[in-house]
Design a protein around this ligand. Sequence first.
Ligand code: BMA
Length: 331
Amino acid sequence: MTKIIGKPLKNIPWQDKPEGYTMPVWRYSNNPIIGRRAIPSSNSVFNSAVVPFGDGFAGVFRCDSKSISMDIFAGFSKDGINWEINHEPIKFEGDDEEILKREYRYDPRVCFIEDRYYITWCNGYHGPTIGVAYTFDFKTFHQLENAFLPYNRNGVLFPRKINGKYAMVSRPSDTGHTPFGDIFFSESPDLTYWGKHRFVMGTVPGDTSAWQITKIGPGPTPIETDEGWLLIYHGVINTCNGFVYRMGCVLLDIDKPWIVKMRSKDYILGPEELYECVGDVPNVTFPCATLTDAETGRICIYYGCADSVTGIAFTTVDELINHMKNNPLEI
Ligand code: BMA
């Protein structure tokens, strides 16, 4: 039994694993939970992040508009399933006009550290980089410096300082739409200056684990466990019909998170249902958040489906650890 180190969350959205189901992650039976038209301006709502907030939940949602402008919006929910998303995008406050200029914003993550909620997202600044901001109340948002030079997508903060420093995993890339991508670890004393970059893991060549042969990227905030950091990530294969995005998981060393302890060879969830296979970008399951209950080990994964709608899926810390133990990728 692996233990999640964190808070209990009695109202975590949950359904038991269907009888006879063999995969480590199972979908909510009423998926998708957020449709394309959740707000008047939206063409699609996907790749979004949620956290416990007050006696319910709050989140930051990627809503692409009907002109296909990508932006991020705050939202609230009592049960984590039915969401009220603001009709206006987040307006950031900050100390430097240069940083506040908006090109595009997408794929937010939300991470509670110490006393506030940090938002990271793919931020257009002469190419995609990692935007960073914080909020206490999901009403006022204060934007900090971009974490990295472009090009970088998928910046994911750890939920506490590691060895006294803020910590992030991210996926640097080139100027194209990421024809490759590996995961790196970086640390910062102040959330402004990032350094001590360390390679965490790369794509898997050959046909050993081909769903992650083209690129990989960190997904939700890493989950602290008594065995290490449990990170859910996306892996991509390029096929004759385009990219296919699936999910895997990896266990990282608790003090040196660039050291991989165990990694999934088989994916944990991939596009199968119609809403995952058909949409603006077909065959995409893209995880950006989890809710966890330390008492039961339950995990609820929020993921974008076909770049169009948002779904949730369930697993437990033991399901994921056993999945890696029983069928490990040789590292
Ligand atoms: C990635 C990101 C995601 C998107 C995915 C599939 O590179 O842009 O936002 O879900 O491609 O289109």
